[in-house]
Unconditional design. Sequence first.
Length: 710
Amino acid sequence: MRQILQSFGSGETGLEEAPAPAPRPHHLVVEARASVVSAGTERMMVEFGRANLLAKARKQPDKVREVLAKVRTDGVGPTVDAVRSRLDQPIPLGYCSAGVILDVGRGVTGFREGQRVVTNGPHAEVVRVPWTLAAPIPDGVPFDAAAFTPLAAIALQGLRLARPTLGETVVVYGLGLVGLLAVQVARAAGCRVLGIDRTADRLELGARMGATPVEATTGADPVRAVLEATGDVGADIVLLTVATDSDEPVHNAAAMSRKRGRVVLVGVAGLDLRRDDFFKKELSFQVSCSYGPGRYDPLHEEGGADYPLPYVRWTEARNFSAVLDLMAAGTLDPRPLVSHRFAFSDALKAYDLLTGGEPSLGIVLDYEARGDDSPPPDRTLMLDPRPLGASAGVFGCVGAGSFASRQLIPAFARAGAELHTIASSGGTSAPVAGRAHGFRNATTDVEALMASPDVDSVIVATRHDSHAGLTVQALQAGKHVFVEKPLALVEADVDAVEAALAVSDRLLCVGFNRRFAPATVRARDALQGRAGPLVTLITVNAGAIPADHWSRDPAVGGGRLLGEGVHFLDLARSLAGGSIEEVRVLPARGPEGTREDVALVQVGFADGSTASIHYLANGSKRFPKERVELFWDGKILRIDNFRRLKGWGVPLGRGGLVARHQDKGHAALAAAFVDAVRAGGPPPIPHHELLEVSRWAIRAAAEASRARSG
């Protein structure tokens, strides 16, 4: 299949080949028939992608500050690599699509194969979307009209927030696609509508749809016009459907509103609000979020958990259905908004039009329907027809996210691994990473990758909840496995991995790379022959991440103490050189309750050594992220951010060791695993250590969880 991708690195907008997305629980796989280019959002993204690096930086000052902080702590090299990696990850364009269902995922209700639906899917011949972001298309509504539904739902949600009543006056400020759809929705609600715009043809379109036109050109006074039209009372509601950095629309909206009127920002505007504008009239101001309740809630959108209708009447999908009902009744008609149409094969012409000088409004992309006897869309795409150059160490990779693309895959490529097939469930990231790193194939069919006789080793770099299952699947398929941490989220899954290892002659490695960092290796050498116990202090300045991030979900990511903290438990175990006997956790407590991302972890080892891991998400980003301090036999070593190693009583030379670049051991671990696969073993980390550390990390996370619930 083909889809439209925008690169923020090169600035190119491309129509790229990709494998069809894989079925997934709580999702629909849909073959597109029509999609609509969102002029405002997509023009902004394309222009941002085509801007030079300085212009990008000016538009994102917060990101610039993050980059500078990373330079101070990690060094220039890793920072440049991280920025380039982020910019080189192209993103799909579009969110207004209509088509026919090819597959209904487990847990989905109310949909069937062959059904016509509208979705927020991108511009692609086949899309996969959560069922909570789809709605059936009524009979009589054509695909090209239905594809406008997400844009109309944005307008509808803005109006719902304003709570209009019959006969109220609504000003729609900005008559682009969303604004002109908002005019029709407000008219359907029984409101009188005034439409403001700078462009004569859009004012004329608004008038045809029932709005009284108000000019906002130079010299015109839209505020005076609205006040005159309302007998100097002012508008009940102002919907700001503009896309501008200027503060003027918000100021004008307040000035043209009646006392205790409602202003809702649906688009983008400057928000340097003037207090008097809102204070004297007691105006309400609200920002509308996309299609409605449920938007950006991962439990609703990805987890398929719908909000109960008696308590949340209008979710995003129900807003979709309301819009489609208006279309079916003839009350809402987006067809007059269509200014251009292109076959999907000519889609790039639409973006030349969008960023050129020719006026445009609604741009529709039409897709060719497959015949009834056509085979299903191919889920595997050949990227490079070259024959294999190795008989052992031929790798497949499941997962093509940022970490896999930026760290893992390059490390294995430099280690000489033969890269065969890369898999991702959505179909977008796998071909991008595959082309960048020299894979032969990209696929969304993990079972086919596992069954391939050409692949003898598998890298698992997916979300944490799938690590154990994919590891067991690969071992049972006769593959060596390198799995990113954590190995598992519950002890039963560690048991399953151990059972699979017991009947397999394959190697397993978990991505505990820090024990392979050059600074760690030097420290371990210095510890040889120690007489007394080792005391290890590890400070992790982890930094805060949003509470709704997947890694903090106990069922998906395991929480930060398990998902990332396991690294440092393994590092302490590696330095101590002996088995763990006990782990105790003391999480911090604050006004919001106990925090598992701010905790002290105390570890006891069989030889009497101890470790204290301070995992902290409440510190400054200006401080180095990781510090390791070792105390033994009258000696001290300190590792700062895996760039500096300094010793007291240890012969490291004056000033210790300072590396030009941060090195956390990814490359050394990948090389050790590739060498072990080709030599037939032993594994870089003994299997019993991987299982031991994984079990203790799970217990530590469980103890922190009990402290929260207690």
